[in-house]
Write a protein that binds this ligand. Structure first.
Ligand SMILES: Cc1ncc(C[n+]2csc(CCOP(=O)(O)OP(=O)(O)O)c2C)c(N)n1
Ligand SMILES: [Mg+2]
Length: 146
């Protein structure tokens, strides 16, 4: 699959709406949502929709236990507050909602988790624990893919 042609970017609190729509329109295509932990926390209720409708969306959570991008701004202007937070175990939380849950602590575990999650065609959350200080690589997105 050519991700460059099929991906779209959005902002916190909106991805589930788009994922659900994408899966409803193209039920045979894998839908993989890559989100931050803060983003997921804004829309946990949508996991109930994924579960109830049995929509096989795979949600990959890049979990750094912080609002990382906002923290960078806060660090530049003064005392750091309100940007670090505890999270529940998202894999267990997924199961409480009736979804499948995976936890990835090591990079080597990710491929198997993603392969398994996509193959189940069930709603899945993959909780990927990442280095809190890691910065995402800069990605060029063409105007057509935006
Ligand atoms: C509805 C909404 N609330 C707040 C923001 C401001 N905002 C932009 S990025 C961000 C942090 C997102 O944190 P996370 O999803 O954990 O991603 P990280 O930066 O840690 O990778 C916030 C709060 C926003 N853009 N939209
Ligand atoms: Mg985060």
């Amino acid at each position: 699959m050519d991700l460059a042609e099929h991906r779209f970017r959005t902002f916190p609190g909106f991805h589930e709406t788009l994922d659900i729509g994408a899966k409803l329109v193209r039920p045979e295509q894998p839908v993989i949502a890559c989100v931050g932990d803060g983003d997921l926390m804004l829309q946990l209720g949508d996991l109930e929709t994924l579960s109830r409708e049995r929509l096989g969306v795979v949600v990959v959570v890049f979990n750094n236990f912080r609002l990382g991008s906002q923290r960078k701004r806060v660090e530049a202007y003064g005392p750091v507050m309100g940007v670090d937070h505890g999270n529940p175990d998202f894999a267990k939380l997924a199961e409480l909602f009736g979804c499948r849950g995976y936890r990835v602590d090591e990079p080597g575990q990710f491929r198997d988790a993603l392969t398994d999650a996509v193959s189940t065609r069930e709603p899945c959350i993959i909780d990927v624990i990442i280095d809190p200080d890691a910065r995402p690589p800069r990605v060029q997105v063409s105007r057509e893919a935006r």
